[in-house]
Design a protein around this ligand. Structure first.
Ligand code: TYD
Ligand code: MG
Length: 452
């Protein structure tokens, strides 16, 4: 009988240990270490499926600079997040919660007619289901092959036969290889499959997209343990109830990671959104109390977004506080600053806060806009027309500059805003912008005067 090798893995972070432990030393989780059979034989699948030429050590100056031709994959937003196109031979992990649209996006990439040979491997849906989805998307690529298979060895054979430029594996949790005994989705299967795919990608110059599900907590053995193996990690996020989705680059060996792509989920698939500001701003006939506009930056991309606040008298002793898309603790802090520095009686008020489009905002540069909306609702007065804000608020009520303030100002100017309120500490090094009045403030007390 072949010798069986056993190892223990943490199901949360993939940490490997030779013996069982109660607590994972890497991520600190309890009771997550489980036993797995690693391989029946000593050689891993990866080394058996493809042979890689032996590498030679080289002096840095002797290394020939590769002329990496980036492939335009026919989707502007995806190209942008990839850093200007797809690099042949790269391994890309596309993670996201179930139902967010990973299969839709990747099928769209496979179907885009750009003279690329694509192979879409699905272990989750039948060929008919994929056909139905393709009909909804409504684009057609003669060179797209659909393969419903979960056994890695068969997929390898198919890649060998069709020689595609781009392969999509939907999803890594459903794939398995014969040489590892554990069930699909286990840490060992995922690792072994990904290692094999990596070698295939590198040795044949095929770009491979691996789809991986993550749960709400962002854990689950799977995508997390692959992050260090792959070249690019993309995360697809968004609120399932809203139509907008953000594709975020978390890691990119070939470009900047701070890029985001914005999509809208429609009946016929995901539509690229060139200009996020236009969908995140509502055009009212007359200004409303409790509405403010913030100039945000996500990654490298500036956009303007509307924030709405409702401040009303508290019916109970403990006032209610609720936010959508914004950190509630941060709002409580801002309310405390308003109470102490501006003298607004927030302790008797219920406060509700909402960002447009179901966007989640982690940008502290939105503090000023949040406070502006709260002040507007508190006094029940609309802000002056065409005003927006960008700045962070500190505990002492000081207004700090938001990162990339200049970019925010020019985006606001581009969209026809008349005035933007920013921190006076940002004044240095900012070129005067055309067509917009920039109001510099250094303390939160000065905000109301700049807004009304
Ligand atoms: P899907 O790509 O299956 O998600 P994932 O692979 O990440 O689990 O997308 C699922 C959702 O997208 C589903 O609720 C239906 C919706 N959808 C549309 O709204 N329009 C479309 O054209 C398509 C194909 C899907
Ligand atoms: Mg899917």
């Amino acid at each position: 009988m072949a010798k069986v090798k056993r190892a223990y893995f943490c199901s949360d972070c993939g940490y490997e240990t030779p013996k069982w432990l109660g607590k994972c030393p890497a991520c600190g989780a309890w009771n997550t270490i489980t036993e797995h059979i690693v391989a029946k034989e000593s050689s891993s699948v990866a080394s058996r499926v493809v042979s890689v030429p032996k590498a030679e050590p080289l002096k840095v100056q002797d290394i020939k600079e590769g002329t990496t031709q980036r492939i335009d994959i026919g989707n502007k937003e995806v190209n942008r997040v990839l850093g200007g196109g797809l690099v042949p031979g790269s391994l890309i992990l596309l993670g996201g919660e179930p139902g967010i649209g990973k299969s839709t996006l990747s099928l769209q990439i496979a179907l885009t007619d750009n003279s690329l040979k694509t192979l879409y491997v699905s272990g989750e849906e039948s060929a008919e289901q994929i056909k139905m989805r393709a009909n909804r998307i409504g684009i057609h690529n003669e060179e797209c092959t659909v393969f419903t298979e979960t056994l890695l060895e068969n997929i390898m054979a198919q890649i060998e036969e069709t020689r595609p430029d781009v392969v999509i594996i939907d999803s890594i949790q459903t794939m398995s290889t014969d040489l590892v005994e554990s069930s699909p989705g286990s840490v060992t299967q995922i690792r072994e499959c990904a290692a094999t795919l990596l070698k295939v990608a590198k040795s044949n110059g095929i770009a491979i997209f691996i789809i991986g599900h993550i749960t709400k907590e962002g854990s689950i053995a799977g995508p997390k343990i692959l992050e260090h193996i792959v070249d690019v990690v993309l995360q697809f996020e968004g609120d399932g109830n809203h139509t907008y989705r953000i594709l975020r680059g978390l890691k990119n060996r070939f470009g900047a990671t701070y890029e985001i792509g914005v999509f809208e989920m429609r009946d016929n698939g995901l539509k690229e959104v060139d200009n996020p500001s236009e969908i995140l701003l509502t055009h009212y006939d007359e200004p409303l109390a409790g509405c403010a506009v913030g100039a945000a930056v996500d990654g490298l991309r500036p956009y303007l977004i509307e924030v709405q606040a409702l401040v009303s008298n508290a019916a109970y002793g403990t006032p209610q506080r609720s936010t959508t898309g914004f950190d509630q603790r941060r709002m409580n802090m801002l309310l405390a600053v308003l109470e102490k520095r501006v003298g607004m009686k927030m302790f008797q008020k219920d406060v509700f806060l909402n960002f447009a489009g179901g966007f989640k905002i982690a940008d502290t540069g939105m503090d000023l806009a949040v406070v502006a909306a709260i002040i507007s609702s508190y006094y029940d007065r609309a802000l002056m027309e065409g005003v927006c804000c960008a700045g962070e608020i500190g505990l002492s009520g000081e207004v700090r500059p938001a990162p990339r303030t200049e970019q925010r100002i020019s985006e606001a100017a581009r969209l026809g805003f008349k005035r933007i309120v920013v921190s006076s500490f940002a004044q240095k090094g900012i070129k005067p912008a055309k067509g917009i009045e920039v109001v510099y403030i250094s303390r939160i007390e000065e905000l109301p005067k700049a807004l009304f």
